[in-house]
Design a protein around this ligand. Structure first.
Ligand SMILES: [Fe+2]
Ligand SMILES: [Fe+2]
Length: 172
């Protein structure tokens, strides 16, 4: 619960506040992806998380640069959703002992994060378009495309890992 109201009076302020939340989200994902890489046993999965960590570092830089253009600084605001998703992911790492099942659980945790990011950037991109911020919309679209790609890669790895763990493809 918030103690103080942010007094959002227009779409531009709402947009900036949500960019600040996106920055916090990306910073937290940058911190938590190394744990997912470490906990993955499938080499393809490890590689996919590592590649996306590099992309995520780029997302931090891009969102920071948008914020600097609008406010002169790259301040973040707490994204409460990513806190919950990160807790779920770290619980999974602790709770699941079988390596193949843990890989499946990590893919699930990773995809929940990607789906949230896709929703965040889809919304921000549409607000940028309404506000006439065409450069912002392009930058946000480039981030969204990397999130969509990461999600697709995780889906394709899930098919292989499911076979290895004896779970029929498409069983969940
Ligand atoms: Fe991202
Ligand atoms: Fe992502």
């Amino acid at each position: 619960m918030k103690l103080m109201s942010a007094h959002i009076e227009d779409l531009k302020s709402l947009y900036i506040q949500n960019l600040q939340k996106a920055l916090d989200m990306e910073q937290k994902i940058t911190s938590s992806l190394p744990d997912l890489i470490e906990a993955s046993s499938d080499p393809e999965l490890k590689n996919a998380f590592s590649t996306h960590l590099q992309e995520t570092r780029g997302h931090v830089v891009k969102v920071e640069s948008l914020l600097r253009q609008h406010t002169g600084e790259a301040e973040s605001e707490t994204c409460k959703v990513i806190n919950g998703l990160s807790t779920e992911a770290s619980d999974t790492i602790k709770d699941v002992t079988d390596p193949s099942v843990r890989d499946i659980a990590l893919i699930g945790a990773g995809q929940q994060v990607e789906h949230h990011e896709i929703a965040v950037y889809g919304t921000l991109r549409s607000w940028a378009a309404i506000l006439g911020l065409s450069n912002d919309a392009l930058v946000l679209k480039s981030i969204e495309e990397e999130e969509l790609n990461a999600d697709e890669i995780l889906t394709s790895i899930a098919d292989t890992v499911n076979l290895q763990s004896g779970v029929p493809v498409g069983a969940y």
